[in-house]
Design a protein around this ligand. Structure first.
Ligand code: PGA
Length: 251
């Protein structure tokens, strides 16, 4: 992987309010303006806050917004859903897809995730594809086979542009537990290697982010691991001061 700067992604999930978002953006944008960051800071709030966060953050170096999901279609009778081009229209450049909470609570299969990736790319939004094993799969030593099959299913042969994958062990999300640093390194280099071998994607276009219980205390050691191209942060991203510490760990 080429060093294009770290990707530090805030996944707010179904959290936040207008007021909290405004204060968060004021702090994080102020921090980035004071100390330029040569990576990518991407905030993914609930869809209802995307437009205003984009406006509040406009012109902040290194800062962009992203959605947390999109539909496989461009438009239609899909009550409650949001299309990728709608995310784009309110300023989002990225979208998290295939998060384990979507797979678990919304029955998203690898095929659905693959269709969403296609829809996002067609709308000009860069997908951040989440992969990761469950606790049982981890105990059975299936991390590499599970992440490989999820990533291979979601990413098209020769996919263009930046190819972002987030390795998020399901058991590490929101649990305070993370894999050993060596285990993260093995998973990340395996994911990058098989995307190059099997999908023909040049290594310099691939970034594999780690997600699952990242916080201000462990971000630095995680971001130092070879083949870690960034982090996807849930709970700890809601607190602007803690998120700024994580950003600083990626400098
Ligand atoms: P967490 O969530 O940081 O709260 O573990 C990460 C994620 O689900 O993306």
């Amino acid at each position: 992987m080429e060093d294009t700067g770290m990707y530090i992604v805030a996944n707010w999930k179904m959290n936040g309010s207008h007021e909290a978002a405004r204060e968060w953006m004021h702090s994080v944008s102020g921090h980035l303006r004071k100390e330029p960051f040569d990576g990518h800071c991407i905030v993914c709030p609930p869809a209802t806050l995307l437009h205003e966060m984009g406006v509040w953050g406009e012109g902040t170096p290194g800062l962009t917004t992203g959605g947390q999901d999109c539909h496989t279609d461009f438009a239609g009778a899909f009550t409650g859903d949001v299309a990728a081009k709608m995310l784009k229209e309110v300023g989002a450049s990225y979208v998290i897809l295939g998060h384990s909470e979507r797979r678990r609570y919304h029955g998203e299969t690898d095929n659905i995730v693959a269709a969403k990736v296609k829809a996002a790319l067609a709308a000009g939004v860069t997908p951040i594809v989440c992969v990761g094993e469950t606790q049982e799969q981890y105990e059975r030593n299936e991390t590499l086979s599970v992440t490989e099959s999820q990533a291979l299913a979601a990413i098209a042969d020769g996919q263009e542009g930046e190819v972002l994958v987030a390795y998020e062990p399901v058991w590490a999300i929101g649990s305070g537990k993370i894999p050993g640093l060596g285990e993260i390194e093995v998973a990340h280099s395996a994911i990058a290697a098989f995307l190059t071998e099997k999908k023909g994607i040049a290594p310099e276009r691939i970034s594999v982010l780690y997600g699952g219980s990242v916080n201000a205390g462990n971000a630095k050691e995680i971001l130092r691991i070879p083949d870690v191209g960034g982090v996807l942060v849930g709970t700890a991203s809601l607190d602007a001061a803690e998120f700024c510490h994580i950003l600083d760990a990626g400098r």
